[in-house]
Design a protein around this ligand. Structure first.
Ligand code: BMA
Length: 879
């Protein structure tokens, strides 16, 4: 069942002319460049790059260095045109509109040789009245201006003072002044993505013709009335009444499963009218709430809204309606200065675990339903409950949010401003106001969205003075900041939606930021709001480097995507870590050496006489290091949820940077372009499990915490095992007595000096042994098996090269891999190359002789195909 607002055809008896007739202009359009030397056909929705590629005029833009090669495309000014016949007689209609759900970005629109308007904001919808110019056969032309040239012009026109940053770092091979155009900010390049400033019609476009009255949009929110103890549904519909007389009638709202049917009388005066309806759900009806993944069901209800208007005009819409409350709790915490920062969903405090979402492709027309479903299914499969839709990308398509509703993924929705200061001239502000109003009403009925957030890191950019602004000029920029995100956007957001909080930035200090006049001296405070934290040079195995903050909405480490992913966009000479290609794909300054530096803290760097094998081994090692780093950091946040240490703690959110990739390149992502799971994503499935044991050392003692996301208290026992690297038999094992972990809490369960543990376990030393541990409950629930290294792995004694074999068999839709190892093996990595799918576990520490792992294919495959592609690596293989 599609969850979005679905326009059921207006039910209109014979002879009635009032219903809206709609004609889609999707499909084939003519495209030409500025001087007409390139002409081709392209698809709408789509963009010039995709059209050129499909037309065979360019290669895959992601191949090798093509991002530089094809820079000319975005510097040219393209024109989209179409000739079309409307399949109904529009001349008989009182009003005919041309609607664009999304134009990318700067255009002049010419309809039957008349200029009917302009566009300059990719995130806005545009509606043009073509009643007077429409004919039977029509020509429509969109003359685009290069986004790059437009942004440069706007920046130049802003002559009073500069609005930094001017250009991205040179390592990004990007374009300048993206902050001057309301367009996907990362399309001018980012530290994980290429510069492809597209031009095109990227969403639906249609002609709508009507008489009397037309429903422009319908949206709604659900709110819980605490005093009356009942659910309210606020429905807002916008009409264009074109008849000269008022239009009356009634609207019937029906939610059959909630036994709700309410009729309201409406009376619409001529002109643009907004009708607000309040539907109260009877207290006697039991309403099932929507819960995030891991906390309950995502129950929703079918609703129909039927307008029966004068002149036999009937308009019916149907939608899914969900009920849930969200509260951002900022209150004093005992023993800690500052305020808490956590979310209550339906009254229950919930630890937000997940990651950050970036656009799934530079070319949105390549993002199919299947792509979205695959990526979002991988989110819940890794036990995440939250995604932050990051402010440098796009407001995602409807289907993204529908899937999040359906899967129980909470969305922290940024507005699209990132890592920059922005202009505040009237034209810019008006454009942003329209954008925000449109996006809020388009998205607000999604229960998945739990918070709006004004921008990504712009409060920090200003206050940490990223752009070396002179102290005397700071006031100007601070005023602009408040004008844009507070005076302008805040008002528009709250007038459109009262059902969720709005914070101004991320990171921010929340209530403290507000108290300090909307900008805090230190937006990274550990005592307020959220923080972003990156440190590539300190040893990531040392949890003491991480901030014990209230909420960590970004943190992470880079790795390389797998060879099978890179192979598709590279050629033989590219396959080494020091190749031109490897430098070119790395958009983060010193990123490649930072990955190696981090690796050297605990691992030996790969050595192989075969350079391609060495490249593959480095890729593997960067994934090991990333997975291990993000694991250590995330586990630190998870175990900090219930304690205050030296005034710090009560951490209630961990969203690592970043979930997905925009192309095939090194980045912070745990999912590669195309959806393949990196080792980190398998690790996330473990560290985000509902019941978890976390180990760490403090003052030479091994500590183990139990972390629970369960809704009731649970009785657990902890098993701790010590293994020698050189033996598949555990050296010793200990099972504790029972503990109770309270619902949603993290508590210490075990503490033992490492020296005592070693003594207890025969001949163990830090270098020769490794610890594993897990929790088990009476009801048979187990935590994943976790482990703790007692020394760096380049110092491990007794670690042998493992000979691992797999026997593959098919069982229904899945494939069973029965593994056998000759010795204990860390970071066992199973790879089936380009065969799409995921394993039930991967990257694991194999301490037993045998182990069974499942492979869930995403497309039909065979045992034979898997056997051909299968390759296994474990740590010792790369030395
Ligand atoms: C944060 C993000 C992104 C960036 C990431 C890694 O600043 O908001 O801008 O990609 O860090 O540098």
């Amino acid at each position: 069942m599609r969850l979005h607002l679905l326009l059921l055809l207006a039910l209109c008896p014979a002879g009635c002319t009032a219903r809206t007739l709609s004609y889609s202009l999707r499909g084939s359009w003519r495209i030409r460049n500025g001087n007409g030397s390139v002409q081709l056909l392209g698809t709408v929705p789509g963009c010039v790059h995709s059209a050129l590629f499909r037309g065979g005029l360019i290669q895959d833009p992601y191949y090798r260095f093509n991002d530089l090669e094809y820079r000319w495309i975005s510097l040219d000014n393209w024109t989209y045109s179409k000739e079309f016949k409307i399949p109904f007689d529009s001349s008989k209609r009182q009003k005919v509109n041309l609607i664009f759900d999304g134009v990318d970005t700067v255009t002049k629109i010419i309809f039957n040789n008349v200029t009917i308007g302009k566009t300059d904001n990719m995130f806005n919808e545009y509606k043009f009245d073509i009643t007077r110019v429409v004919r039977d056969v029509n020509t429509l032309e969109l003359r685009f201006q290069s986004a790059v040239l437009y942004a440069a012009q706007r920046s130049q026109a802003h002559s009073g003072y500069q609005v930094p940053p001017m250009c991205p770092p040179s390592v990004q091979n990007g374009e300048c002044h993206v902050n001057f155009i309301r367009k996907e900010q990362c399309s001018f390049s980012w530290d994980w993505g290429p510069s492809f400033p597209t031009q095109g019609i990227w969403r639906d476009v249609r002609v709508e013709a009507y008489d009397t009255c037309h429903l422009h949009y319908l949206t709604f929110s659900t709110l819980y009335d605490n005093s009356a103890k009942e659910w309210n549904l606020e429905i807002q519909s916008s009409f264009d009444v074109v008849s000269s007389k008022p239009v009356g009638g009634q609207v019937i709202v029906t939610i059959p499963k909630l036994h709700t049917q309410q009729t309201h009388v409406i009376y619409l005066q001529p002109g643009e009218r907004i009708v607000e309806l309040l539907v109260k759900i009877s207290k006697n009806t039991s309403v099932e709430t929507w819960w995030p993944h891991g906390h309950g069901n995502q129950t929703g209800y079918n609703m129909t809204i039927r307008f029966e208007l004068d002149g036999n005009l009937t308009i019916e819409k149907s939608a899914m309606v969900y009920f849930r409350t969200v509260e951002l709790v900022e209150e004093p915490i005992k023993g800690s200065p500052g305020l808490s920062f956590y979310f209550k969903i339906n009254g229950l405090p919930i630890f937000l675990k997940g990651s950050n979402w970036i656009p799934a492709d530079s070319f949105q027309d390549q993002v199919t339903s299947d792509t979205l479903r695959l990526l979002l299914q991988s989110v819940v499969d890794a036990n995440m409950n939250t995604l932050r839709v990051w402010g440098g990308g796009i407001y995602e398509q409807d289907e993204f949010y529908e899937l999040c509703d359906e899967l129980g993924i909470m969305v922290w929705q940024d507005f699209m401003f990132a890592c920059a200061l922005y202009p505040t001239d009237q034209g810019f502000l008006d454009s942003v106001r329209a954008e925000v109003a449109y996006q809020v009403r388009r998205l607000k009925f999604h229960p998945s969205i739990i918070i709006w957030s004004g921008n990504n890191e712009n409060e920090a950019a200003l206050m940490m003075n990223w752009y070396s602004i002179k102290a005397s000029d700071l006031k100007t920029y601070m005023n602009d900041y408040v004008t844009l995100y507070v005076k302008n956007m805040r008002e528009v957001i709250f007038s459109g939606d009262k059902s969720r909080p709005y914070i101004i930035s991320s990171p921010t200090n929340g209530a403290k930021t507000i108290a300090e006049g909307w900008i805090s001296d230190d937006p990274y405070s550990k005592h307020f709001g959220d923080v972003h934290f990156y440190d590539y040079s300190s040893d990531c195995w040392d949890w003491k480097v991480f901030p014990k903050a209230r909420f960590v909405s970004e943190y992470g480490y880079q790795s390389w995507p797998s060879f099978s992913t890179l192979e598709k966009v590279s050629s033989k000479e590219d396959w080494s870590y020091s190749s031109k290609f490897s430098h070119h794909r790395q958009h983060h300054m010193n990123g490649n050496s930072e990955m190696l530096l981090q690796a050297t803290y605990h691992f030996s760097l790969p050595k192989n006489t075969d350079p391609v094998q060495e490249f593959k081994d480095i890729i593997y090692l960067t994934q090991v290091v990333q997975a291990q780093c993000v694991k250590t950091e995330t586990e630190f946040y998870l175990r900090s949820r219930s304690e205050i240490v030296n005034g710090e703690g009560h951490t209630m959110g961990a969203l690592y940077w970043q979930l997905n990739d925009i192309w095939q390149a090194p980045s912070w992502a745990s999912l590669e372009y195309g959806g393949k799971w990196k080792m980190l994503h398998y690790f996330a499935r473990h560290f985000f499990a509902p019941l978890l044991a976390v180990g760490f050392e403090s003052k030479n003692a091994l500590n183990i915490y139990g972390v629970s996301d369960l809704h009731s208290n649970c009785k657990v026992t902890l098993t701790v095992r010590v293994h020698s690297w050189s033996s598949l038999q555990p050296v010793c094992s200990l099972v504790t007595s029972q503990f109770v972990i309270k619902a949603g809490k993290a508590i210490p369960l075990y503490k033992e000096p490492v020296s005592k543990l070693m003594k207890r376990c025969g001949n163990c030393t830090r270098k020769s042994c490794v610890v594993s541990f897990f929790l088990s409950t009476d009801s048979g629930v187990f935590s994943p098996t976790n482990y703790h290294f007692l020394s760096s792995l380049n110092e491990a004694v007794g670690l042998l090269e493992a000979h691992i074999t797999a026997n593959i068999s098919q069982k229904g839709d899945t494939f069973v891999f029965d593994l056998k190892t000759s010795t204990v093996a860390p970071f066992v990595w199973l790879d089936v190359g380009s065969i799409p799918g995921r394993f039930s576990d991967n990257g694991f520490l194999m301490t037993e002789k045998t182990r069974t792992v499942l492979f869930h294919p995403w497309k039909p495959t065979s045992k034979n195909e898997l056997e051909q592609s299968f390759h296994v690596t474990s740590l010792r293989d790369i030395y």
